[in-house]
Every structure is written in C-alpha cells, then in structure tokens.
Design a protein around this ligand. Structure first.
Ligand code: HQG
Length: 180
C-alpha cells in the first residue's frame, strides 16, 4: 500500500471509523499508536512505525499529529466522530472561501453551509484551496465567498486546526456569495 493510500485509510480510522480495525479514540481524538499499528496489521494491510511516521510527515495537508512521545496519534480536523481535538478559537480573516459543486447550490443558498456529516463546516483561506476542495467532487465547481469578518462581528465562533483549516458550525446564507 502506498503512503497516500495509507493516509486515506488513516483518515477513515482516525476521523470516522476506528471500529473497523477494532480500536477506539479517546475524548480528544487520540488513538494509541501500538493498538493502531496492530489493528491495521490484523486487518490485512501492512504498516510499521517507520511507515506511520512517513505518512504523518510526508502528508500534503499535515492531516495527522503525534503526541510528544509518539505513543498517540490523531487527525487534526475532518472528524465525524464526536471528539474534542482542542481546536484554537481565533478571529478569522475578513474573507474565507468554500469550494463545492453546482448541485449543492440551491440547498446552500436556502440553508447556508451545513456541517453535514462532519463536526464543522470546513472553510479555505484562499480561492485556490477552495478550488481543490471542490475538485474532489464530480460536477461543476462553484466557489462561495464568506463574509467571515461580519460573522465574527455578529458573534459566530471560528476555529483554526493545527494544519490551518478554518472551521465553524454553520454559515447562514446572508454571509455567502458565489464568486464564479
Ligand atoms: C456540501 C477535505 C447541500 C458542502 C477537504 C460539501 C476539506 C451542502 C459537502 C474537508 C450544504 C460536505 C471538508 C447544504 C454544505 N446543502 N450541500 N446546505 N452545506 N454542503 O466532505 O468542505 O482532504 O464534509 O459544500 O479538503 O467538501 O479530507 O466537506 O460539498 O478541507 O483532509 O456538503 O475535507 O480535506 O462534504 O470537505 P464534506 P468539504 P481532507
């Protein structure tokens, strides 16, 4: 299995379904590294500690973090499992972006951006990043601009993950405009 394929499998385990390899996340989203390695190796895939270190360090979006002594590992954002990864609440930049596809337009314009299956709505700091997020999906990309400055003024909370993804609970339609 390539480092990239293993990264995808790790995202599945550490964000959504640790039970598929028979492990659990603690309340802060940490998995025990030994249990994780054993669980993956018992599931028909092969990994050792060196490969896990490579998956973490070579990851294009820095999706995972070890604790200090590397006995625990967690995903930095993107969870559907209800865990508290100790996100930093921060004042957002005035403008943030969200990339999605045309098919979602009517519903987003009506209800705003919803977190759907995850714990937060994921927002991007620039158009280029939002375009990449949109391009993961089949269909014509659309990019929303979010008036995060006004949301902040209105009391909405924003968080930044350690890998620099901006997160919030809901973006009502009045803060959204389509830029393409
Ligand atoms: C859409 C990846 C209809 C929303 C990315 C999105 C990101 C609505 C989808 C991270 C809606 C949810 C998250 C509404 C939102 N009606 N559709 N009211 N509100 N949606 O995957 O932002 O590579 O949960 O537009 O780079 O696409 O995994 O969110 O299309 O950072 O690390 O519902 O995942 O990061 O999809 O992606 P997702 P997302 P990783």
């Amino acid at each position: 299995m390539s480092v990239k394929q293993m990264s995808k499998f790790l995202s599945l385990i550490l964000r959504h379904k640790p039970e598929i390899i028979g492990i659990q996340l603690d309340s802060h989203g940490w998995a025990d590294v030994d249990k994780l390695l054993n669980g993956i190796n018992n599931s028909g895939k092969t990994i050792d500690f060196d490969m896990l270190q490579r998956v973490v360090s070579e990851n294009d979006k820095q999706r995972f973090s070890f604790n200090e002594d590397k006995t625990k590992i967690r995903a930095n954002q993107g969870h559907s499992k209800l865990v508290d990864v100790e996100l930093q609440q921060k004042i957002p930049p005035n403008i943030l972006y969200h990339g999605t596809i045309e098919r979602n337009r009517a519903s987003i314009n009506l209800k705003g951006l919803l977190k759907m299956n995850r714990l937060y709505v994921h927002l991007s700091k620039d158009v280029e990043t939002a375009q990449k997020v949109a391009a993961r999906r089949q269909g014509r990309s659309i990019i929303y601009k979010i008036d995060a400055g006004l949301m902040n003024k209105d009391g909405y909370k924003f968080f930044q993950s350690v890998n620099n993804v901006w997160l919030t609970e809901h973006v009502p339609p009045k803060y959204l405009s389509i830029i393409n």
